[in-house]
Write a protein that binds this ligand. Structure first.
Ligand code: TXA
Ligand code: MG
Length: 327
């Protein structure tokens, strides 16, 4: 895994031009990139992830100026959000230009676009001088990678190059706003909050229309997503304390993703104490779930963190990674 220096980026550009796959760091999570204008290359992304072909991908671009190359029209709201938040953890869904391959958009008339805020990603995009389609670099329905080693664990030899840019600063996937209709709609919460977006647009965002099982267009909206392999349950502190004796007895081994709860690690219990600030919690979330997963435990209990606005993306991901506590 080379560091994302000039030579590695030059090599990555050569691979992308040949239709090969390059994993690269962004500020949110690592992406699995391919030339967005090359349908064969884009198909390789789906094969590597084991992801259904009708799930659209985000096209990463070097700057907002490139919007016109991908979007049929760029509404004022898109200009405003791009000017305010790009480069940054925000993807905008716009009506696509006819030339954008259907492989990228899952056959839809819209395309998701984002300028990531990571120096290596920006250098790569500038050197490539085109759009890079990139979902998170994990296998379908698994936790997104926030370190280069996670990408190697997830995808092994099916990726041609992994650029190592260290640990991702944000740690959860971008906020997605759909601007293809009459009114803006929040499709996926992220580090950029609903309140921040509404402040810039001076209008309320619609909430996502929940996809039915046969029409799952935003994969992040599936009920189980971003899940660890170990069954994980989300519960408030009192329930966690009450349930623990029954769960961690006998030969049962439990992992705890704790917010306030404290208990020494023992034969039965692996505890990770999470940061108290939302930003730091988000940054550590996926790596911590991965770490607990590696112990091969019987269950993971996730202590419910705060539920205020700053924690919205975290709670969204926690709900998707867990099942209801039922003991
Ligand atoms: O932070 C991120 O966005 C990361 C990094 C690599 O940029 N990427 C990422 O990609 O999370 P992925 O594929 O794991 O999630 C992209 C989400 C999916 O839920 C997909 O359904 C949605 O974006 N999406 C993409 N194009 C769309 C479109 N045209 N309409 C609605 N949703 C779309
Ligand atoms: Mg993903």
């Amino acid at each position: 895994m080379p560091a994302a220096d000039a030579a590695a980026i030059e090599y990555a550009v050569r691979l992308l031009r040949q239709g090969r796959l390059v994993a690269f760091p962004t500020e949110t999570v690592y992406g699995l990139g391919a030339d967005a204008m090359n349908p064969d290359a884009v198909r390789r992304i789906f094969a590597a992830k084991g992801r259904p072909f009708d799930h659209p991908l985000i096209v990463h671009i070097a700057s907002a100026e490139a919007l016109n190359a991908w979007a049929a029209s760029v509404p004022a709201a898109a200009q405003q959000l791009a000017a305010h938040f790009w480069p940054g953890p925000l993807a905008l869904v716009l009506n696509k230009k006819p030339g954008v391959p259907g492989e990228v958009t899952g056959g839809q008339d819209t395309v998701a676009l984002r300028v990531p805020n990571h120096p290596a990603a920006l250098r790569l995009l500038q050197a490539f001088n085109g759009g890079i389609a990139a979902p998170s670099a994990n296998r379908f329905c698994r936790i997104s990678p926030t370190q280069a080693s996670h990408v190697a664990e997830e995808l092994g030899d099916s990726v041609d190059l992994i650029l190592d840019g260290g640990a991702c600063q944000v740690g959860v996937e971008s906020t997605i706003v759909d601007l293809s209709g009459d009114r803006p709609r929040l499709l996926r919460p992220g580090h950029i909050t609903r309140q921040a977006l509404e402040g810039v647009l001076q209008t309320e965002l619609l909430t996502p229309v929940l996809a039915g099982p046969s029409d799952i267009r935003v994969s992040g909206m599936m009920a189980v997503h971003y899940a660890p392999l170990t069954t994980a349950m989300l519960c408030p502190l009192p329930q966690l304390v009450a349930a623990l004796p029954a769960l961690a007895g006998g030969d049962q081994r439990i992992g705890i993703l704790a917010y306030q709860f404290e208990m020494p690690t023992s034969r039965h219990i692996q505890l990770i104490r999470m940061p108290q600030q939302a930003e730091n919690y988000a940054q550590a979330l996926y790596a911590s779930l991965r770490e607990l997963d590696r112990f091969g435990l019987d269950r993971i209990l996730v202590e419910q963190p705060p539920e205020t606005a700053a924690w919205q993306a975290i709670n969204d991901r926690l709900r998707k990674a867990t099942v209801a506590l039922n003991v």
